[in-house]
Write a protein that binds this ligand. Structure first.
Ligand code: NDP
Length: 280
């Protein structure tokens, strides 16, 4: 156990230096006068076993896990929550008595901004573009929220099929990305869960956003304005970026570590300021 006069929480990933998490997690601990430091724990894949062992031995509250270790973390926990098991990934580790419990707060974080906008899950059809770890978490979130139909669309369709097989839910279907026009036609929610966006590109042609149902939402997990979201706005579709999701997943993680209600407004303002400081 560490002798430090403060508790530690860290972000495990490779890379981690770009992360906004310290910028909004530290103000949350400070606001509640909790003697905790949120640190960046850059960890290569080969270092993961040692990192998890260190968590067990130190006075750590827990950790967040990011790309590319969420699946590896899932496999290394002493126990996992039901939602983490269905998402197949762990983004939050809680340490208790030297044991590691894995959870997935991305699922919660994704759904909160939709609830805040009054999205009618039980009367809606959704399309997810992407079939990586984030897409699987989004699929779990939408199914749990009661979505009527869900299509997972991916460039490599076999990855979408693998997620559908794992979820084993009759509401889920899959499609190739080059058939997006048919799939998006009349959909109520289109989610970009690909990694395309950070580099200025979009996974679909702009006119696809114009095919969505009246009142539809285009949701990009990228936490800045993207070509996808600009095309949505031009098509008169509500555009939602990934920053609220990031903050809400972090707030849920904070609550799992501390047992206290997260100061979400403080976290939100800090996240917006940090994003602005980095040029949006
Ligand atoms: P993965 O690397 O696991 O998956 C990437 C996905 O993007 C795959 O489906 C891949 O398709 C697709 N893709 C990549 N390049 C292209 C391309 N040129 N054209 C079409 N599809 C492409 O990433 P994650 O699932 O971990 O993350 C996805 C995104 O979600 C990232 O941008 C990440 O930052 C974001 N995210 C945001 C969160 C938030 O809180 N806002 C939380 C978690 C993630 P293929 O299988 O064919 O290669």
């Amino acid at each position: 156990m560490s002798d430090a006069p403060y508790g530690r929480v860290g972000l495990i990933g490779d890379p981690v230096e770009h992360s906004l998490s310290p910028a909004f997690q530290q103000p949350a601990f400070d606001t509640l006068a909790l003697p905790v430091r949120y640190e960046l724990w850059h960890t290569a894949a080969a270092e993961l076993p040692a990192r998890f062992q260190q968590l067990r031995e130190e006075r750590a509250l827990g950790a967040n896990v990011t790309v590319p270790h969420k699946e590896a973390a899932f496999a290394a926990m002493d126990s996992v929550s039901d939602v983490a098991r269905r998402a197949g990934a762990v983004n939050t580790i809680i340490v208790h008595d030297g044991l590691l419990t894995g959870d997935n707060t991305d699922v919660h974080g994704f759904v909160v901004p939709l609830r805040e906008r009054g999205f009618a899950f039980a009367a809606s059809r959704a399309v997810i573009i992407g079939a990586g770890g984030a897409a699987r978490g989004v699929a779990v979130a939408l199914l749990d929220a009661g979505i009527v139909q869900l299509t997972i669309v991916n460039r490599s369709v076999e990855r979408a099929v693998a997620i559908a097989d794992a979820l084993a839910d009759s509401r889920v279907s899959t499609q190739r990305l080059d058939a997006i026009e048919c799939t998006a036609d009349g959909a109520d929610l289109l989610v970009n869960a690909t990694s395309v966006g950070w580099d200025g590109a979009s996974p679909v042609d702009d006119h696809v956003l114009g095919l969505l149902a009246p009142g539809a939402i285009a949701y990009d997990l990228t936490y800045r304005e993207t070509s996808f979201l600009r095309a949505a706005a031009r098509a008169g579709v509500t555009a939602l970026d990934g920053l609220p999701m990031l903050v809400h997943q972090g707030a849920r993680s904070f609550e799992l570590w501390t047992g206290m209600t997260a100061p979400v407004e403080v976290m939100w303002r800090a996240a917006v300021a940090a994003r602005t400081a980095r040029g949006g």
